[in-house]
Write a protein that binds this ligand. Structure first.
Ligand code: UDP
Length: 471
């Protein structure tokens, strides 16, 4: 039989596309020549995303890996959508006939389709073609436990989460404050995307068994799915996309070279985080008063008509008068995209104020850097809870969710001092982050839990391969 292929269906955006591609490449490494990869590339809805996707694919193609990219025909993005999840889901649905056509005409047997988190509506296509279907969950097991529990929660909680009394019960997690539920489910009136994770043949999660034992056990024994068996979960992480180091070190890295070990707090807020002047000034005051060294990646609000993409920061407009001058010996404000992974790998970084995107959180854990989460969008409020209350690798910071996630200067100052030196909470987070660094690295080594999960996934895919349609 020809080598069975695993069909990956990513969505655009660095945190999704790269993470799914990297998990596919790890799968290939485990499976040897037993499997190949086919990646279906949906046309991106904005020029910005299209350029980003093209750059990633060029890099992958240049690396000589045995990955086949199939570009799907352009489709019209919807114009009347409510939330970003619905927008993506609708584009995915419009792509369904193209996905079906490509899978039906693949020249090799199909080992399985691996759908991004946002693409589970494509289950109708893969079910119809009788192809095993997996979902790649770019977030963590805590979030997966919440999502599997969500259909029952919708019935049990008749009001919006923010109006409910008490805590949200998610098996495997400590009581979840309603203020920590993921942003996409905070508005019941929003005709939001319905996730269909429970219908898949397996869920691949970017976490490691050692990081989230309790949530993974609750999922496995059916406590999140009303006693019904959940699909098999494969915790194969941390999956982190490491690029080869550049020939010339980045300016941020050169600046860090001149700082002493664990002396710098990094602030960086993902691909979508930005601040307008009132919040940026508050951060500046907090950092100045903390007395600590800092590397602050600051992005400005989107340009008019520029969608949701942050712009390079105009520091003169965003920062208080004289701030850069007063802090020039101990701080660097970087106004555009920064090489976050290289920065977190640097010995000078001792703490990370992060929006808590799951990729950023894993990158921080990989290097044993404790965090202070400042959630802004998506599932980051739930991640902040997980990092602080479940894993203990972060210090809590008061983020005013109802005030557009505002943080006062005095609160940032307190959190930075706690994270970088301060009291018991900071000390425990630093210790726990070191433990998690070791756990992450052991998990992906030969004999580790994620290594074993990847092996078992690769075997399940190989055994499940089916001949589809005309192939
Ligand atoms: N990132 C980066 N430089 C930046 C901002 C982000 O390299 O200035 C990277 C970061 O290292 C991570 C990804 O972008 O790999 C962001 O993914 P995450 O899941 O943390 O957040 P999202 O952008 O999806 O909200």
């Amino acid at each position: 039989m020809a080598t069975p292929t695993v069909v990956l269906v990513p969505v655009w955006g660095a945190g999704h596309l790269m993470s799914l591609l990297d998990s596919g490449k790890r799968l290939l490494a485990r499976a040897g020549r037993a499997l190949s990869l086919t990646v279906l590339v949906m046309s991106a809805p904005t020029e910005h995303l299209a350029a980003e996707v093209a750059a990633h694919i060029r890099r992958e193609e240049a690396s000589g890996l045995d990955v086949r990219f199939v570009h799907l025909p352009a489709v019209e993005p919807p114009t009347d959508w409510v939330g970003i999840e619905e927008f993506v889901s609708r584009i995915v649905q419009v792509n369904a006939p193209h996905v079906r056509a490509v899978i039906s005409s693949l020249p090799s047997p199909v080992a399985g389709v691996v759908l991004d988190f946002f693409c589970t509506t494509l289950l109708d296509v893969s079910r119809d073609l009788a192809v095993p279907t997996y979902v790649y969950f770019t977030s963590n097991a805590a979030m997966l436990a919440f999502m599997l529990r969500l259909p029952a929660l919708h019935e049990e909680v008749p009001v919006e989460f923010e109006e409910m009394e008490g805590a949200v019960d998610v098996p495997g997690l400590p009581p979840l404050p309603p203020s920590s539920v993921p942003t996409p489910v905070t508005d019941k009136k929003n005709p939001n995307y319905t996730w269909r994770f429970a219908e898949t043949d397996g869920i691949i999660v970017n976490t490691a068994a050692e990081l989230e034992q309790s949530a993974l056990a609750a999922i496995a024994n059916g406590r999140c799915t009303r006693g019904a068996r959940a699909p098999k979960v494969y915790p194969i992480g941390p999956v982190i996309s490491f690029a080869p180091p550049p020939e010339q070190p980045h300016e941020c890295v050169r600046w860090l070279d001149a700082q002493s070990p664990a002396s710098v707090v990094l602030l960086c807020f993902g691909s979508g985080g930005f601040f307008a002047a009132p919040q940026a000034r508050e951060i500046a005051h907090g950092l100045e008063r903390s007395g600590h060294r800092f590397l602050w990646v600051l992005r400005g609000p989107p340009a008019p008509g520029g969608g949701r993409h942050p712009t390079d920061a105009n520091l003169a407009e965003l920062l208080p008068d004289g701030f850069l001058d007063r802090t020039k010996d101990r701080g660097l404000v970087w106004p555009t995209w920064a090489p976050q992974k290289e920065i977190l790998a640097h010995a000078a970084v001792g703490g990370f104020v992060t929006h808590g995107g799951w990729n950023s959180s894993l990158e921080s854990l990989w290097h044993g850097v404790p965090m202070a989460p400042w959630p802004l969008y998506a599932e980051q409020h739930t991640n902040a809870f997980t990092l602080v209350a479940v894993m203990g690798v972060a210090v809590a910071m008061k983020v005013e969710r109802k005030r557009d996630n505002f943080v006062e200067a005095v609160e940032l100052e307190r959190a930075v001092k706690e994270l970088m030196g301060g009291g018991e909470e900071g000390r425990k987070a630093r210790e726990k982050a070191k433990e998690m660094k070791a756990a992450c690295r052991n998990a992906v080594e030969e004999g580790g839990s994620s290594y074993a999960a990847l092996q078992s996934l690769s075997e399940a895919l190989y055994k499940g391969a089916v001949v589809v349609g005309t192939n």
